[in-house]
Design a protein around this ligand. Structure first.
Ligand SMILES: N[C@@H](CCC(=O)N[C@@H](CS(=O)(=O)O)C(=O)NCC(=O)O)C(=O)O
Length: 207
């Protein structure tokens, strides 16, 4: 497959899919869009829902970052091995998205006034994942191997370690989960490569 991603020069909603593609040895062509170009409106007008990211896989054009993760999950055997596992993976990814939306709202709308309260409340949103992973035989959210929801949670946990460096200190299962995925050779290589490292997490420079 030949994948092309059109997005802003941030990790944002594409960190997880970039790690998933790297971990599967897939090349990714990137069209980086500056805010100046975006404000001209032509590209925005051509986007199905007026937003980025946009992922092209051959003739297929996808918007919606979670639809992209599911697509890659189907193509790269990262969507469980049964219908039930796939549905549980969907459940996990939807909960990751819930937390991602809270994170994005705090970052973009209430960073200065809301960061402290957000970090104080964060354990309540990490606890369910700690509980799930502490019971997981494979060390992944569902089934015996990594799924697209794991890359999504991993990416979001990295963001939270940047936001609040001690947030995983009372969650040993989450801590070893992050360490284990970060140690996957192709994920490690991406995390260490300059072009990925220098991308800000969010579009407003706050983290
Ligand atoms: N639900 C969409 C949300 C996409 C979205 O919010 N895109 C933002 C950029 S980012 O928040 O994902 O970094 C955007 O295009 N903003 C520009 C605009 O809306 O004009 C997804 O998951 O892809």
């Amino acid at each position: 497959s030949s994948y092309t991603l059109t997005y802003f020069p941030v990790k944002g909603r594409c960190g997880a899919l970039k790690m998933m593609l790297a971990d599967n040895g897939q090349q990714l062509k990137e069209n980086l869009v500056s805010i100046e170009d975006w404000m001209k409106g032509d590209l925005k007008g051509s986007c199905l829902f007026g937003q980025l990211p946009k992922l092209e896989d051959g003739d297929l054009v996808l918007y919606q970052s979670n639809a992209m993760l599911r697509h890659l999950g189907r193509k790269h055997d990262a969507y469980g091995k049964t219908v039930c596992e796939a549905s549980r993976i969907d459940m996990m990814n939807d909960s990751v998205e819930d937390l991602r939306l809270k994170y994005i709202k705090m970052i973009y709308q209430e960073y200065d006034t809301g960061k402290e309260a957000y970090c104080k409340d964060l354990p309540n949103h990490l606890k369910p994942f700690e509980c799930i992973l502490s019971k997981s035989k494979s060390g992944f959210l569902v089934g015996e191997k990594i799924s697209f929801a794991d890359y999504n949670l991993f990416d979001l946990l990295l963001n939270h370690k940047t936001l609040c460096s001690t947030c995983l200190d009372s969650f040993p299962a989450l801590k070893s989960y992050v360490d284990k995925i970060a140690a996957r050779p192709k994920v490690k290589a991406l995390l260490e490569c300059e072009s990925f490292k220098k991308l800000p997490i969010n579009g407003n420079g706050k983290q």
